[in-house]
Design a protein. Structure first.
Length: 113
């Protein structure tokens, strides 16, 4: 059974940075695509960033130029570097394996304005 564990969230001022991590144990990590989603209070969960097994990336328009997704296959970990954070980035952030159901517990990111 896939096990996803997110970490790295916290409280940060607008304009600040955070780096989220997600360990995807019990997976053939090097050959899977990974995604970061977020869910703000009262809103639907939305896709934020994707990274393929070959390292190709894609981003939601709202985070382009500010967020960077990356991966370390040896550590079975995907990262989300978040810079120039805005109040509207406040949400619970989740990682996910593309094409599979199942979520981790998420990590809370709160950006104070």
């Amino acid at each position: 059974q896939v096990h996803l564990v997110e970490s790295g969230g916290g409280l940060v001022q607008a304009g600040g940075s955070l780096r989220l991590s997600c360990v995807a144990s019990r997976t053939p990590f090097s050959i899977i695509s990974m995604e970061w989603y977020r869910q703000a209070p009262g809103k639907q969960r939305e896709l934020v960033a994707t990274i393929s097994s070959t390292g190709s990336t894609d981003y939601a328009e709202s985070v382009k130029g500010r967020f960077t997704i990356s991966r370390d296959n040896a550590k079975k970990t995907v990262y989300l570097q978040m810079d120039s954070l805005k109040h509207e980035d406040t949400a619970v952030y989740y990682c996910k394996i593309r094409g599979l159901t199942g979520w981790g517990q998420g990590t809370q990111v709160t950006v104070s304005s």
